[in-house]
Design a protein around this ligand. Structure first.
Ligand SMILES: *Cc1c(COP(=O)(O)O)cnc(C)c1O
Length: 231
């Protein structure tokens, strides 16, 4: 078995072990393999080991990889997990199964416009800055609750939940994951379609065990699958 297949198996075992202690069902947690900066050949290796959900952070790199000879035509589910600028929305609409990092109503409006023009429905999550660090992207929890009605109103796009990147400190990360889970419950109360709000995208290589304990439905793991990155 290759290294990537081994890593995937190890993570799968860890997910099962944490779930069993936390009283959760492992099938309620989707593993997204984050392949940013890594070549298509390694994504193919993950696919051959049974991994279908793939996360990318940079638009150009994503487009090249998706269209590459090694990967085009495979039944992969692509997740755009990076910060999405409004002017790049048109490049990925219709090509990804979920956009994780919308953090402005303007970007959501652009997504709605482009999805309508293509006659497709786009699923997305709103990124929340749960740590309050100014270096991080994301809406503040307060801004989310006050701006939510504008997001709910947009045609051809479906808000499916919330995403966050937690602080490196594990204790802080746990508080931030809790905050995100609570925020999703608050959002459900004011949403016209609460049944769509099923997703919490939280947890990475260093903290996915905590995220599982705090209710995550999607963990985004790069390093623990593909090894460390240069950038
Ligand atoms: C790179 C990245 C990840 C994966 O991080 P690892 O620490 O390598 O697991 C997850 N989420 C986002 C948004 C990322 O940019």
């Amino acid at each position: 078995m290759g290294r990537i297949a081994q890593n995937l198996q190890q993570i799968d075992e860890e997910i099962r072990s944490v779930c069993s202690k936390a009283g959760r069902n492992p099938s309620d947690i989707r593993l997204i393999a984050v392949s940013k900066t890594k070549p298509a050949a390694l994504v193919k290796e993950a696919y051959d080991a049974g991994q279908l959900d793939i996360g990318e952070s940079y638009v150009q790199e994503f487009l090249e990889k998706q269209g590459s000879e090694k990967l085009s035509g495979l039944p992969l589910q692509w997740h755009f997990i990076g910060h999405l600028q409004s002017n790049k929305v048109k490049d990925i609409v219709g090509k990804v199964s979920l956009i994780h990092g919308i953090d402005k109503i303007g970007t959501a409006r652009e997504l709605s416009k482009r999805a309508s023009a293509k006659n497709v429905a786009a699923d997305y999550l709103i990124e929340i800055n749960t740590s309050g660090e100014s270096s991080k992207f994301g809406l503040s929890p307060d801004a989310l609750l006050s701006e939510a009605p504008y997001f709910f109103d947009l045609p051809n796009i479906r808000l499916r939940g919330l995403m966050t990147i937690a602080s490196p400190d594990r204790n802080k990360a746990r508080e931030e994951f809790r905050m995100l889970a609570k925020l999703l419950e608050q959002l459900k109360k004011i949403s016209p379609s609460p049944a769509l709000l099923t997703e919490l995208s939280m947890g990475m290589s260093q903290d996915y065990d905590i995220a599982i304990e705090e209710g995550t439905t999607m963990i985004r793991i790069g390093t623990a699958i593909f090894g460390s990155r240069q950038r």
